[in-house]
Design a protein around this ligand. Structure first.
Ligand code: TYC
Length: 103
């Protein structure tokens, strides 16, 4: 009788599991002289899930310092949010500028 050889034993090799956090990007608003403060506050609330109080603080930061951070996200999410803000501003004919940069 043939002896069964242990040919199909599963070997679980130790492997280094590489986990890498995604590169993160800041989404920024820039100040201008024309976009209404209320529009900016509503934009920050809507697209960046901030409370009215948080959104007002960010808007005032932008208004007084020229730029402010709305949030920090992985690249694809930052791009989506930036483009959503720009589209919304364009549709309302406001010159609001939104940019992203590495965090
Ligand atoms: N400076 C604008 C005003 O006085 C308000 C404003 C705030 C515009 C933030 C853009 O990203 C901005 N109406």
């Amino acid at each position: 009788m043939a002896t069964k050889q242990p040919t199909d034993d599963l070997a679980i090799e130790s492997s280094e599991v590489k986990t890498k956090l995604p590169d993160m990007y800041k989404v920024l608003l820039k100040n201008d002289d024309y976009t209404p403060m209320e529009f900016v506050v509503e934009t920050i609330q809507h697209f960046f899930s901030k409370t009215r109080e948080q959104a007002t603080q960010i808007m005032l930061q932008v208004h007084t310092k020229g730029v402010g951070i709305c949030g920090v996200y992985p690249k694809d999410i930052a791009e989506t949010k930036m483009n959503q803000v720009l589209k919304s501003a364009q549709e309302s004919q406001h010159p609001l500028q939104c940019v992203m940069e590495p965090a």
